[in-house]
Design a protein around this ligand. Sequence first.
Ligand SMILES: Cc1ncc(COP(=O)(O)O)c(C=O)c1O
Length: 355
Amino acid sequence: MSPGPRSPTTGECPVIDLRSDTVTRPNPAMRAAMADAEVGDDVYGEDPTVRRLEEAAAARFGRQAALYCPSGVMCNQLWLRVLAPGGTEAIVEDNAHVVNYEAGAGALLGHVQFRTVPGSRGVLDPEVVAAAIRPDVFPLTPTSLVCVEQTHNRRGGAVTPLETLDRLRRLTDEAGVALYLDGARVFNAAVAAGVDVADYAALVDGLSFCTSKALSAPVGSAMVGDADAIVEARRWRRRYGGGMRQAGVIAAASLVALEQMTDRLVEDHAHARLLADAVAEVYPEGLEAGTVETNIVCIENVDAAALVEALADRGVRAGALGPSTARLVTHPDVTEDDCRRAAAALKDALADVAR
Ligand SMILES: Cc1ncc(COP(=O)(O)O)c(C=O)c1O
């Protein structure tokens, strides 16, 4: 089947890129804002656009301060530095980004030992976490931090419910342990769960979010938390080489992301359900019913490389998360029509490879 109409000039069909929501390109409003951005030297604290973004982020999350960073990885690593002293342990879910996809930075640069625990579709079980926390009793490795990923990237965009976060807060308070939310896609969670992001932020010591994923900004993430933690994070950002000069050029796009791109995430979620319905129709064993909550669709129990190739042959790009898990992610650069075509391609490809 064809993924779409052929270009009259090249004769080629447009490829529908569902590998990740990081492939989004800045939209016209962002490009205009970037061109017009007022800038200054942000290492001197003189970039007005970066300041506006940081103030807007702090206000949106209901916290004292925010810090603009080049990437989500940097936010995670800086929060480790601020919340987890070297030689202590951070409890994370098995599939968490911070332990799987950051090239060992937590251990190498942060001197943190990760203790991975199983979750249920990426969602931490407070009882499992409570049992894993180690006290500061010599010669144990004391637990300093619990990390939650919202939504969960490798586990199909799963949302940690507010109530679970609240239970984690109470138990970490009792144990004297910090709680961090890697909210790379926290707006997807908020939209799906009907929760204000400030309600998530109120429960944690630190939070990060990315504007460079389904919010379409080309670059940029931010940390939000207490003012003194953000002062400390700024020092660490400098040490990690993340202090930027006229960063207002990119922060301008992140401001548009924050102000204009969060409510529309419901559309991406509806598009992901179109893909999930296609899988359920032809290969129900690939997807647990009701598990597509946001914009990520993970297809399990399949030869992932073969499926990715079969989809590529049909003009759809997907990713393989492992030998038997393929992933498709919806985002603003794909329309409902694209997703309907991708769903048809998916049915076709699954019929080829999944039996
Ligand atoms: C949950 C999560 N945290 C952090 C990151 C890091 O973001 P970046 O790759 O933009 O640094 C990602 C990226 O996909 C992610 O999914």
